[in-house]
Design a protein around this ligand. Structure first.
Ligand SMILES: [Zn+2]
Length: 61
C-alpha cells in the first residue's frame, strides 16, 4: 500500500492589511508614509508638499 506524499505547499504568504497611510498630493511624487511614522506637520518627506490620508493594502509588519 502506497501513500502519496503530500506536497507541502509552504508558500510564504504575504499578509496584506488595510493600513492608514498618508500619500503625497503631488501625482508625480511617490512620497508616502504609514500613519504611525508620519511627521507632525503631515508634509511629504520627498518634496515637502501636503499629504492626504488614504487606505492602502500593505504587508503586515
Ligand atoms: Zn511629495
Amino acid at each position: 500500500m502506497f501513500f502519496g506524499k503530500r506536497g507541502k505547499d509552504e508558500e510564504l504568504e504575504t499578509i496584506l492589511v488595510e493600513t492608514e497611510v498618508f500619500s503625497c498630493m503631488d501625482e508625480t511624487c511617490i512620497g508616502w508614509m504609514r500613519k504611525e511614522f508620519v511627521s507632525d506637520d503631515l508634509l511629504c518627506p520627498m518634496c515637502g508638499k501636503e499629504m492626504i490620508q488614504e487606505i492602502r493594502e500593505l504587508p503586515k509588519i
